[in-house]
Design a protein around this ligand. Structure first.
Ligand code: ADP
Length: 259
């Protein structure tokens, strides 16, 4: 490396990231983080240099989902943090910097400043895609972000349920207000399939597809309720990275290609 290149590789910020994509949900517990992590691994498996920034300051989940729990990012020159490498991703989370339990009680201003630090003071370097795992809802953190980061677009995660979908419509309105393009909606927990191929639509059928149609935004695909997906999350090895041939991993790659 020339001195100039070495300095550039230690610079913080997202200036050399080609596409920043927010993964959002109007409600918690719909599988937003699960989708964000597996989508990130899907992008990486398609040969893109990919990062995952867990911005859920109130409940960071990347340390668990990526199995990076106890690791701490290194501090580079000028107080710039080096992202961790895991499963072919560059990753950063507030969960690496403070105890998850103390992040929970943060006030808006602190959360906002943590978000700023994780964007501007992390050596993201050259990336094709950086996925942002946003906190659920439409609060301060989301707004700070949308004002600060040039988003290529947002992917919205929802379950098929009518209640979740009413919130999705509000989420769509927030992104429209800030002129961030909606790349589309992913329907998570779309159905459960038994080994004989019978599908049960536990949370209703096709709701997210209908909402996407009504709102005039793309429908990116369905992810079923799947035991292997849940187990891989708990084990810290994303299914899409660990078992690329699994049918659910294939779904994530299709969604990455559609987005
Ligand atoms: P959120 O980020 O929206 O709060 P999470 O990604 O943390 O949601 O998911 C909530 C829980 O549901 C986790 O235990 C996760 O493993 C599980 N989960 C999410 N999506 C699926 C799925 N498609 N099949 C099985 N379990 C899932």
């Amino acid at each position: 490396l020339t001195a100039h290149e070495a300095k550039a590789s230690h610079a913080g910020g997202v200036a050399r990231v080609k596409h920043i994509i927010a993964v959002a949900s109007a409600k918690g517990g719909v599988g937003k983080s699960t989708v964000a992590v597996n989508l990130a691994c899907a992008f990486a498996s398609l040969g893109m240099k990919t990062g995952l920034l867990d911005l859920d300051v109130y409940g960071p989940s990347a340390p668990t989902l990526l199995g990076t729990g106890a690791r701490k990012p290194a501090m580079l020159e000028g107080k710039i943090l080096e992202p961790l490498e895991a499963h072919g991703l560059k990753t950063m989370s507030i969960g690496y910097l403070v105890e998850a339990s103390s992040a929970m009680i943060w006030r808006g201003a602190m959360a906002t400043s943590a978000v700023r630090q994780m964007i501007d003071e992390v050596a993201w370097g050259d990336l094709d895609v950086l996925l942002l795992d946003l906190p659920p809802g439409t609060g301060d953190v989301q707004l700070t972000l949308l004002q600060r980061v040039p988003l290529a677009g947002a992917v919205i995660v929802s379950t098929p349920q009518e209640m979740a979908l009413a919130d999705v419509r509000r989420g769509l309105a927030m992104f429209e207000k800030t002129h961030a393009p909606i790349l589309g909606i992913v329907e998570n927990m779309a159905y459960f399939e038994t080994p004989d191929g019978t599908r049960t639509h536990i949370f209703g059928e096709g709701g997210a597809r209908r909402t996407a149609g009504q709102a005039g935004v793309p429908f990116l695909g369905e992810i079923p309720i799947d035991v292997a997906l849940r187990e891989s999350c708990d084990a810290g090895t994303p299914l899409t990275a660990a078992k690329p041939k699994h049918p659910v991993s294939r779904r994530f790659r299709e969604i990455a290609e559609a987005a």
